[in-house]
Design a protein around this ligand. Structure first.
Ligand code: IPM
Ligand code: MG
Length: 371
């Protein structure tokens, strides 16, 4: 039987990026060693790492490589040494440009509380035990990309910074469709989050989601919620949600909030997907929600689970390896249940393990489970 070869672009980025990526490679190597898949991995630079070499946070070459791969695996970007760079050269700009050029409009951010970690959440364990929410964040529109934008000097010597939050019909439809499709495979409930009591961009958002629901997704239970209320509801009774659909900036904020329910920002993976082309190909990028954590970079103590489960999402959404993704989930759960924890999710009486030790424990568990 021939083993499928998958082209992966690996972008470790900055800070703890190299450490969590190295740990994830151990898990990828194990899947290769079983003969289920072969990875052809190219390594590239993004963020500060790219700036250090090329004086830009992302090169055209890297974009080309990303487009030519089956999936991109990205760790994290940014660091204090880049904070004083002109805005266009900042690490964040590299990531935003990559998302935009790859057309990744649908950002899937699952917030799942593993049983073993219910006590590690900052909310009461009962509120979050069994939690399984999918946040679908629009990723290449809204205030992040809207024009006009800029900083201008005013005649009185003051400055004025401004951005534009705008959404057109097709931008809303394509991400809403992605969210409805996911809801259909889950508990068939979708909550669309906006600020339609204040923002015109949200008025159009709500109208378009409602129209699409009527036309194509009447089997899904649709509700609408203002973003401020949603933030409150998420910490009050998070389990009321199944799929949350929202625009770019709201999704950025709500997904960080949701991550804390899972015990640590170090737990949340994400998938960013583009449109499915006629030949079936779909641009896809997988990255943890967490940042580059400069304060612990280089110490080998970062939690690699968000990165490893981002790889799990890649198995499921890009490589058609859903069974393997489930196997990986199970392995992570077992390892956590056994009390193997990195420092960010440690509980009293446990000794923190290193980034690589966590990866090794997962590989050992995979071996056991696969027997
Ligand atoms: C995220 C991050 C990014 C964003 C930054 C690093 C540009 O916070 O992926 O949530 O705002 O989208
Ligand atoms: Mg964010």
């Amino acid at each position: 039987m021939s083993v499928p070869v998958r082209k992966i672009l690996s972008l470790a980025g900055d800070g703890i990026g190299t450490e969590v990526m190295t740990a994830t490679r151990r898990v990828m190597d194990w899947f290769q060693s079983t003969g289920r898949v072969k990875f052809e991995i190219t390594e590239g630079l993004i963020g500060g790492a790219s700036y250090d070499v090329h004086k830009v946070p992302l090169t055209d070459d890297t974009i080309k490589q990303a487009m030519a791969s089956d999936a991109v695996l990205l760790a994290c970007i940014g660091g204090p040494q880049y904070d004083t760079l002109p805005y266009e050269l900042r690490p964040e700009r590299g990531l935003l440009r990559l998302r935009k050029e790859m057309g990744l409009f649908a950002n899937l951010r699952p917030a799942i509380v593993m049983d073993a970690l219910a006590a590690a959440s900052s909310l009461k364990a009962d509120l979050v035990r069994g939690l399984d929410i999918m946040i679908v964040r629009e990723l290449i529109g809204g205030a992040y990309f809207g024009e006009p934008r800029g900083i201008e000097n005013l005649p009185n010597g003051a400055r004025r910074g401004y951005n534009t939050m705008a959404y057109a019909t097709h931008e809303i439809q394509r991400v809403a469709r992605a969210a409805f499709e996911l809801a259909r495979k889950r508990n068939k409930r979708l909550c669309s989050v906006d600020k339609a009591n204040v923002l015109e961009a949200s008025v159009v958002w709500r109208d378009e989601v409602t129209k699409l629901h009527k036309a194509e997704y009447a089997d899904i239970e649709l509700s609408h919620m203002y973003v401020d209320n949603c933030a409150m509801q998420l910490v009050r009774t998070p389990k009321q949600f199944d799929v949350i659909l929202t625009e770019n900036l709201f999704g950025d904020i709500l997904s960080d909030l949701a991550s804390m329910m899972t015990g640590s920002l170090g737990m949340l993976p994400s998938a960013s997907l583009g449109a499915v082309a006629a030949d079936g190909r779909q641009a896809a990028l997988y990255e943890p929600v967490h940042g580059s954590a400069p304060d612990i970079a280089g110490k080998g103590i970062a939690n690699p689970l968000a990165m490893i489960s981002s790889f799990g999402m890649m198995l499921k959404y890009s490589l058609g390896m859903g069974a393997e993704a489930d196997l990986l989930d199970k392995a992570m759960q077992n390892v956590l249940s056994a009390g193997i924890r990195t420092g960010d999710i440690i509980e009293p009486g446990q000794t923190p393990v290193s980034t690589n030790a966590m990866a090794d424990a997962i590989v050992a568990e995979l071996k056991k489970l696969a027997k």
